[in-house]
Design a binder for this molecule. Structure first.
Ligand code: ZN
Ligand code: ZN
Length: 170
């Protein structure tokens, strides 16, 4: 049996654990179990900083480009399917959020949800304008079109927000 070590944070506590990154002896209270083994809190914190620090404004641009392209297609297609929008809206919104998030390597940005939701709104504009124009000549079908635009917008943006909202990943 090797000599017990003493925790770097609690010198009176004996331990056989070491952080597998920096090698510091750590007690069970200080150890954090990560997918790659036990680490001290300092190393875990440093790792998280790298993870967040990796996010750059360009990632918003990439996420926006992907989200806008998909939103333009979905925003035209889904509301014209009338009541299917109720079912497809949340699916499509979550899908757009998922793909935009993958396009930036699943990086976390504080405002990614805002960018994606903004794109979903922008993507729904062409069909909403069409509905408004229809409203002038055929009030009833224009009104129905507008209704499905709103249904699609609310459900898709809601699902995208639920997917990307800050703190979702802990
Ligand atoms: Zn460490
Ligand atoms: Zn300790």
């Amino acid at each position: 049996m090797s000599q017990p070590l003493h925790c770097v944070n609690h010198p009176k506590v004996e331990t056989y654990l070491r952080c597998n990154k920096c090698g510091d002896p750590i007690c069970t209270r200080c150890a954090v179990l990560t997918p790659v083994g036990y680490r001290c809190r300092d190393c875990v914190r440093a790792q998280q900083k790298v993870f967040y620090g990796d996010f750059r404004p360009v990632h918003y641009v990439v996420a926006a480009a992907v989200a806008l392209l998909l939103s333009l297609i979905a925003g035209w297609l889904i509301p014209s399917l009338t009541w299917y929008a109720i079912i497809l809206g949340p699916l499509v919104g979550g899908g757009i959020a998922n793909l935009a998030h993958r396009a930036i390597g699943q990086r976390r940005g504080q405002y990614t949800w805002l960018v994606v939701c903004g794109c979903i709104v922008a993507g729904a504009l062409p069909h909403t304008l069409l509905s408004l124009f229809t409203l002038l000549s055929q009030p009833l079908s224009g009104l129905m079109g507008l209704l499905w635009d709103i249904v699609y917008l609310a459900t898709a943006a809601g699902a995208a927000y639920a997917w990307l909202r800050p703190g979702r990943h802990g």
